[in-house]
Design a protein around this ligand. Structure first.
Ligand SMILES: [Zn+2]
Length: 254
């Protein structure tokens, strides 16, 4: 058992009996960590309030190898993203990003890129003009960090580059099963593949490589929004093998 210190973001909380909580953190150094916060719901707890969902802080814990649940020693808040919490749309999307990370990330496998992505996304979420577009940006960046990023530049069946005149003329399709775009010649290879406008594919490539600061200058049409949501949503569902609760909530309420 060793005392460890790391930055962490709370990505899930779950009540345990009357006064305790099981907290899932995402950390740059240990990946996902699950830990018990004993007595956190008691009014006397020094941790009370600091372990809310999405909070970013410094976590001290007793690290026990091969144990599912770690023991929290302390958590010092760095950023509670209070501006997100006061906006229903933004907090709802914020919870979706946390659930998405929780659904794909494995425990104990460090991926500092995912931590940085989550943290910078929450910082930018307050300022985003088009929150659903930011969500598509988060999804594609997260898939890339997790090693599941779709192929968008070449046909995933024949390898042909998918841009230029032929793409405009014969169209392209997005295939979840093949893991990216199919050119006009190959688009019937996957019966479940769906047509996507070349412009939506180009936009997705732009979201993939753009820094958050640039996002408020990117414009997306209703068609772009619809196609990217469908492509990324089905891709995520395929890889997580779950129906994300927060995504269903966004669809029904926002
Ligand atoms: Zn092809």
């Amino acid at each position: 058992m060793a005392a460890q210190k790391t930055e962490a973001i709370v990505i899930r909380t779950f009540p345990l009996k009357e006064f305790h909580k099981i907290i899932t953190f995402y950390t740059p150094d240990f990946g996902k960590i699950k830990a018990v916060a004993y007595g956190v719901k008691s009014p006397k707890s020094k941790l009370g309030g600091s372990l809310e969902l999405l909070n970013h802080g410094t976590l001290l814990f007793q690290h026990r190898e091969n144990r599912e649940l770690q023991n929290i020693t302390d958590f010092n808040l760095i950023d509670g993203f209070s501006a997100i919490r006061s906006d229903f749309t933004r907090i709802t999307y914020g919870c979706y990003f946390a659930e998405l990370v929780d659904s794909i990330a494995s425990e104990g496998i460090a991926n500092p890129e995912i931590f940085d992505l989550l943290q910078t996304t929450y910082q930018f979420l307050t300022h985003a003009d088009d929150v659903p577009l930011l969500a598509r940006g988060f999804e594609i960046k997260f898939l890339d960090c997790a090693g599941y990023g779709p192929e968008l530049s070449r046909c995933v069946h024949c390898g042909l580059g998918v841009n230029g005149a032929a793409t405009e003329k014969f169209g392209i399709a997005f295939s979840v099963r093949y893991g990216g775009v199919l050119c006009g010649d190959c688009k019937n290879r996957d019966g479940a593949a769906f047509t996507i406008a070349p412009g939506s594919c180009e936009l997705l490539k732009m979201l993939r490589k753009s820094e958050w600061e640039r996002f408020n200058r990117i414009r997306a049409s209703t068609r772009n929004h619809k196609e990217l949501k469908r492509a990324l949503g089905s891709f995520i569902e395929y890889h997580t093998e779950r129906n994300l609760k927060s995504l269903r909530f966004i669809e029904s309420v926002l």
